[in-house]
Design a binder for this molecule. Structure first.
Ligand SMILES: Cc1cc2nc3c(=O)[nH]c(=O)nc-3n(C[C@H](O)[C@H](O)[C@H](O)COP(=O)(O)O)c2cc1C
Length: 188
């Protein structure tokens, strides 16, 4: 072996060893948390926000659907919602998927009479949420958060990891950036 070849071989061998050592020391990438975005939406605003969040996080989407839908007419829906909230009603939901694989569940609700919509309350009491990270996102018609965040913390079986994302219903469709920013800051 010429001196030049020897030096080249030595350099290659050292390089390979260093590369191997660097590889051995690099910690394995952490598994991405599996996240579900679950929401109830009567007129589409909370659904739009939920889609932005699911896109930002690469999360699955679940629309919460009461077995008996709320009336399609606004005035009738207002009355039914008011009566249900006063009675602490928990409407039956259409079957939920298996939640066991999810590490985190983000939950979306419209503000109804200052609080969460009853289908969302029913979902929050699902025992399968226990031990999961949760956070609320909500839309509203001008009232803002009102009692939504407080009632969310009271009802959820999960661990609340963030302040809520609160978006005016009229802005939900165009809130992709705000949704992505909130999602990126979640300690998931
Ligand atoms: C039954 C009912 C009650 C509502 N109560 C309130 C309220 O107390 N405060 C508020 O800011 N908006 C209220 N709104 C407006 C909704 O929160 C708002 O339009 C929301 O974005 C609707 O979300 P959705 O399209 O996902 O159903 C109410 C709407 C309905 C249908």
């Amino acid at each position: 072996m010429t001196r030049r070849n020897f030096l080249l071989n030595a350099a290659l061998a050292t390089g390979a060893t260093l590369a191997g050592a660097a590889q051995a020391q690099t910690p394995a990438p952490e598994a991405k948390p599996k996240t579900l975005v679950a929401y109830y939406s009567w007129s589409g605003n909370t659904r739009a926000l939920a889609r932005h969040l699911a896109d930002a996080l690469g999360a699955d989407l679940l629309e919460l659907a009461p077995v008996t839908p709320y009336p399609a007419a606004y005035a009738a829906c207002l009355d039914k919602a008011k009566a249900d909230i006063a009675a602490g009603a928990r409407p039956d939901l259409k079957p939920l998927p298996d939640l066991s694989a999810y590490d985190a569940v983000l939950v979306g609700s419209p503000n109804w009479w200052g609080t969460l919509a009853p289908p969302v309350c029913a979902f929050l009491e699902t025992p399968a949420l226990a031990g999961k990270k949760t956070a609320l996102f909500q839309t509203h018609g001008g009232g803002g958060e009102q009692r939504c965040g407080r009632d969310f913390r009271r009802l959820t079986k999960g661990e609340v990891v963030s302040a809520p994302l609160i978006v005016a219903g009229t802005r939900a469709a165009t809130s992709r950036e705000a949704a992505a920013k909130w999602a990126a800051a979640l300690p998931l």
